[in-house]
Design a protein around this ligand. Structure first.
Ligand code: KIV
Ligand code: NA
Length: 277
């Protein structure tokens, strides 16, 4: 089936059909989310933590994100593919943002790029759109700058802070963003925002009023160890299943059960006899 388009995503919003987005970071992950029928796939810079072992999204590099995004692209046919531009790769100037985003588009084949925050990122978004690169904005909790937000915590919990989130969202819409991700804000903020926006809004920890939802692959499948954010729901326990599988393998090797005869290769009996001579 053909690749979805931004028109298809806008049509879902217009029809009130929820848009399903999930992250993926490698080829088997891409094949899994495609088989599950999601609409959009995000190679999030959450990869820094979920697959690369950094303790925040800040250290991940453009080269690392490009390698992961290329692997995901090779595994996808139908969903739209969004790539996160990592921290430090787009904020300094429009020229820097365009150069980085062009690398992603050329080297990975992603359909859109995502950048975080309002403020200077509004100008970066406008420049990218003018350069012909579709952009996803990201407001509310923006992990790349979590330190200056007081850590990984919900945003917009006072009326003033909520209006700041809404202002950023509207500015990003005005800058030409095709989509918006809203992360970790009270449902009341989302409720106030939604009637003001004509572009599709994907929520994560933003309640149910958005046009769609996104979750991190490793969180929803229970691959990632450790505490999860309040908005995470676990739909599987792959870490436990994987540990069980590897433990069973280790036990069978140690007990001489694996490999069994059926796992081996045969040679003609006369060749085996010659070999023994
Ligand atoms: O990096 C990521 O996974 C994200 C989503 C959680 C929106 O930005
Ligand atoms: Na991200």
């Amino acid at each position: 089936s053909r690749r979805l388009t931004l028109g298809d995503i806008a049509a879902k919003k217009a029809a009130g059909e929820p848009i399903v987005m999930v992250t993926a970071y490698d080829h088997p992950g891409a094949q899994i989310v495609e088989a599950a029928g999601v609409d959009m796939v995000l190679v999030g810079d959450s990869a820094a933590m979920t697959v690369l072992g950094y303790d925040s999204t800040v250290p991940v590099t453009v080269d690392e994100m490009i390698m992961l995004t290329r692997a995901v692209r090779r595994g996808l046919t139908r969903p739209l593919l969004v790539a996160d531009l990592p921290f430090g790769s787009y904020e300094a100037s429009d020229e820097q943002a365009i150069a980085t985003a062009q690398r992603f588009v050329k080297e990975t084949g992603c359909d859109l790029v995502k950048i975080e925050r309002g403020g200077t990122s509004v100008d970066r978004a406008r420049a990218l759109v003018a350069a012909g690169i579709p952009v996803v904005g990201h407001v509310g909790l923006t992990p790349q700058t979590a330190t200056s937000l007081g850590g990984y915590r919900a945003q917009g919990r006072t009326a003033e802070a909520a209006l700041a989130v809404i202002d950023s969202a509207l500015a990003l819409r005005d800058a030409g963003c095709a989509l918006l991700v809203v992360e970790a804000v009270p449902s009341d903020v989302t409720a106030a925002l939604m009637p003001l926006l004509d572009i599709p809004v994907i929520g994560i920890g933003a309640g149910s009023a958005t046009d769609g939802q996104v979750l991190v692959f490793h969180d929803l499948l229970g691959i990632y160890d450790g505490p999860a954010a309040k908005f995470v729901k676990r739909y599987a326990s792959l870490r436990a299943a994987a540990i069980d599988g590897v433990t069973a393998y280790a036990d069978e090797v140690r007990d001489g059960i694996y490999p069994a005869p059926e796992h081996g290769y045969a040679m003609p009996v006369e060749e085996a006899a010659r070999l023994r001579e």
